[in-house]
Design a protein around this ligand. Structure first.
Ligand SMILES: [Cu+2]
Length: 192
């Protein structure tokens, strides 16, 4: 009994020390390099999902730190996963469409919070009306604070892509706080 308990405790400790994450990327003709590129930590997995009906592969370039190849798969919903274990830079592409390419960077990021922050992008900035927040972690909610720290708007986020209507806010600088589970990040946006 004691042994079992100890084992469980050890397993729990290990799993908490390496909070492994699976990142989902859509894989299709026309994907931008930015949307096919992410920064992860050793032990993290990237899962590519084919979202069109054209044949593709996920194939590491010759200069890639790790070597991986899905082979050519066809059909929306096809998937390929790879778990990266070494720190390094991994450029890859589709063997069928050389315009489909990206880079998986594997680094010992200081914290989950940093990893969360590094994988959020928002545009345009400055923004006139609609701000798009793209995140590789699915976002739950957002809050907008003005320069005085007053909460001026909040809402539910919409997973990987959230559109925030800022049309009704006055011109000026705002801080947007986004959350995903117990992670959060704040970034600065200028409203025209
Ligand atoms: Cu392709």
């Amino acid at each position: 009994m004691k042994k079992i308990k100890l084992f469980f405790l050890m397993a729990l400790t290990v799993s908490m020390a390496n909070a492994q994450t699976t990142f989902d990327l859509d894989w299709f003709v026309g994907i931008s390099n930015a949307n096919a590129s992410i920064t992860i930590e050793p032990g993290d997995t990237v899962r590519w999902t084919w979202t069109d009906e054209v044949p593709h592969s996920v194939t590491s370039d010759s200069g890639s730190q790790e070597s991986f190849d899905s082979g050519i798969l066809t059909g929306a919903g096809s998937q390929f996963s790879y778990t990266f274990t070494q720190v390094g830079v991994n450029p890859y592409e589709c063997d069928v469409h050389s315009s489909m390419e990206g880079t998986i960077t594997v680094d010992n990021v200081a914290s989950i919070a940093d990893k969360f922050r590094m994988n959020i992008s928002f545009y345009p900035n400055p923004v006139a009306n609609k701000l798009t927040v793209a995140s590789l972690y699915k976002l739950d909610s957002y809050k907008i604070y003005n320069i005085l720290g007053k909460l001026v708007a909040q809402g539910a986020a919409d997973g990987n892509i959230t559109e925030i209507d800022m049309a009704s806010l006055e011109s000026g600088m705002y801080f947007i706080n986004a959350t995903s589970g117990d992670m959060q990040a704040t970034f600065k946006v200028v409203k025209r």
